[in-house]
Design a protein around this ligand. Structure first.
Ligand code: SAH
Length: 235
């Protein structure tokens, strides 16, 4: 009886990162979380814990590792950037994640945001359109022993129809308009966080889908690299 119950239980597979070789940065990481994230109002302990546990300096080139815990975005190659730590925390908290959630991320980049998500949910699906970034991100997921991320290289502005619906969708590149495909791939109760605007400044939108329809709120101004694709900007 007990065994059959167990068999039907949905396992929680939030990633626990391997944590041996990055200890020299523990202090800087703690300071980043305290000053840039907690002091600015991010209070979800799960988000703070994930950011404390994630070796951000391993997601940038060695030459930039010393700047990895500072209060700004950094280049990751191919004209793209790793987001400022605060924006990662703000977007993650806004997704209201539960440990059994399946999450879609558009814009893997270096994979830092993906690694944060992987510790909070059951499974992360992530899409990156630039092959070299996709390959680099997959490599670091392996190195950190993260096994609940499924990564793909394609145009994410169309979402991932075969794996939909998702409990949460996060887009880490700026879209000219809200991509319809993504809204359609939200589950009932699903949350979408996405920057929408022109190529200089966007507003961070949160969309919630429920029985009554679609509810939209505005989380403030932000600046992302552009979402390039069928429901994004032209290349
Ligand atoms: N979260 C990432 C942000 C990277 S910048 C990080 O912290 O590293 C945004 C990324 O979105 C870039 O890598 C860019 O190549 C990617 N991107 C832009 N348009 C895309 C699309 N249509 N599908 C998938 N990825 C896209």
């Amino acid at each position: 009886m007990i065994f059959s119950n167990l068999f039907h239980m949905k396992a929680y597979a939030g990633a626990v990162l391997k944590s041996n070789k990055y200890d020299e940065y523990v202090g800087r990481r703690k300071q980043m979380v305290q000053r840039q994230i907690r002091d600015r109002g991010i209070s979800d302990p799960k988000v703070l814990d994930a950011m404390n546990a994630t070796p951000r300096h391993l997601f940038v080139s060695e030459a930039l590792a010393d700047q990895a815990y500072q209060d700004f975005p950094l280049p990751i190659g191919e004209g793209q950037t790793i987001s400022q730590p605060y924006i990662v925390a703000e977007m993650t908290q806004a997704l209201n994640l539960g440990k059994e959630d399946r999450v879609l991320e558009i814009g893997t980049g270096c994979g830092y945001q993906t690694a944060i998500l992987s510790q909070l949910v059951y499974k992360v699906y992530t899409i990156e359109r630039i092959r070299s970034l996709f390959i680099g991100a997959r490599k670091i997921f392996d190195e950190l022993g993260i096994h609940n991320i499924v990564a793909r290289c394609s145009d994410g502005s169309l979402g991932w129809q075969d794996e939909a619906p998702f409990d949460a969708i996060i887009v880490t590149a700026g879209a000219p308009v809200l991509p319809k495909a993504l809204i359609n791939q939200l589950s009932m109760g699903g949350r979408l966080v996405i920057p929408v605007g022109d190529q200089t400044v966007q507003s961070l939108k949160k969309i919630v889908r429920d029985e009554d329809g679609i509810h939209q709120s505005d989380l403030g101004a932000c600046r992302f690299v552009k979402l390039v694709g069928e429901q994004g900007w032209k290349d």
